[in-house]
Design a protein around this ligand. Sequence first.
Ligand SMILES: NC(=O)c1ccc[n+]([C@@H]2O[C@H](COP(=O)([O-])OP(=O)(O)OC[C@H]3O[C@@H](n4cnc5c(N)ncnc54)[C@H](O)[C@@H]3O)[C@@H](O)[C@H]2O)c1
Ligand SMILES: O=C(O)C(=O)C[C@@H](O)[C@H](O)[C@H](O)COP(=O)(O)O
Ligand SMILES: [Zn+2]
Length: 370
Amino acid sequence: MEIVHVPMGDRAYDIRIGSGVLARAGYRIKPFLKRPRVAVITDENVAALHLEAFKEALAVEGVSVISLTLPAGESTKSWSNLERCVEWLLEQRMERSDTVIAFGGGVIGDLVGFAAAITRRGVRFIQVPTTLLAQVDSSVGGKTAINSPAGKNLIGAFYQPAYVLADVDLLGTLTPRDFLAGYGEVVKYGLLGDLDFFEWLEKNGPALAAGDVGARIAAVKWSCQMKVDIVTRDETERGDRALLNLGHTFGHALEAATGYSDRLLHGEGVAIGCALAIELSARLGLCSQEDPSRVRAHLRQMGMKVDLADIPGEMPSAEALLDLMGQDKKVVAGQLRFILTRGIGHAFVTADVPPEEVLRLLKDELDRVA
Ligand SMILES: NC(=O)c1ccc[n+]([C@@H]2O[C@H](COP(=O)([O-])OP(=O)(O)OC[C@H]3O[C@@H](n4cnc5c(N)ncnc54)[C@H](O)[C@@H]3O)[C@@H](O)[C@H]2O)c1
Ligand SMILES: O=C(O)C(=O)C[C@@H](O)[C@H](O)[C@H](O)COP(=O)(O)O
Ligand SMILES: [Zn+2]
């Protein structure tokens, strides 16, 4: 069992990572409860596979459970599902000191975290992440949100969980595609701040995907620790936290362009976005010409999407993609900011990127699609 502590004063919390964690969830969660009753919100896939086991683990400690099951997929991060969650919590008479548990991937975590933040101006909230992406990234750090037709995660709040409980055994039921999408965020950590981690992934990525429990725990812990170090320096993204957005300026525009649909999962967009950010860095002379090919080679070795050509269906023009990037939350005074790199493990935030270079890169990439 591994623990990563998030030192945030009176909002400090622990992330507990291990195998067999779910079976002991009642024992772990009970100390947080003012009364032995929790509201669990999940999605249809997670409910079918793991909700009974989770309920039993809570029941053995005398904790009763009310649960709400939502449709699976990115389109669940919507106003209508936010309303559904909040109204359900109110109907169930959840008090401010009661606890809401997000039991699922990043979609459930982001939506339920936001619902918890605004219900009675903030009910206590615990994350039990069930995807690789949620265990390494979305359950930690307090970004919560839903999507708008105008762009990704544009409606939300910073709201930290009280606890995060990550059982890597749950990753065993993910589809290979969902597992690899989460791996996109794992690779991001190596690229943004730790060449040793990237090298470790080059060696251990295949074992991780094949189900090696030790490797999974190590990767989740490494990623969470990196995220915690950044988030505790800059909780609300005034500076360094934007590093965690490596690949996302491109990735979020691609998600919007593909309608937040099955055509492109978030982590897939992040992987393609990282490859584009590093290519852009090389074109601007910031990093070596070898870095983009090394990153692409690793993503390809893992069987991931790497290029715009890997996205099925029609893509909009380079100009339209650049326009979608204009809704990015890192925009200041109308100017886009990018996360670029001086080499693998050395990312930085900059507004000093000529839009014509971005356009040229996107055009070259789109030409390869045609
Ligand atoms: N808040 C943050 O800091 C942050 C960070 C990264 C990503 N995100 C958000 O996270 C979302 C993506 O999260 P995701 O990749 O977890 O997607 P997801 O929540 O849609 O889960 C992916 C799929 O896996 C299924 N699933 C979940 N757990 C399962 C399990 N154990 N076994 C079998 N199937 C399971 C889900 O039902 C879904 O179909 C995006 O909306 C993204 O914006 C947020
Ligand atoms: O926690 C962060 O900060 C991140 O940027 C992590 C990202 O992986 C995540 O996708 C996040 O939701 C993106 O943030 P956004 O502010 O660009 O919506
Ligand atoms: Zn992300």
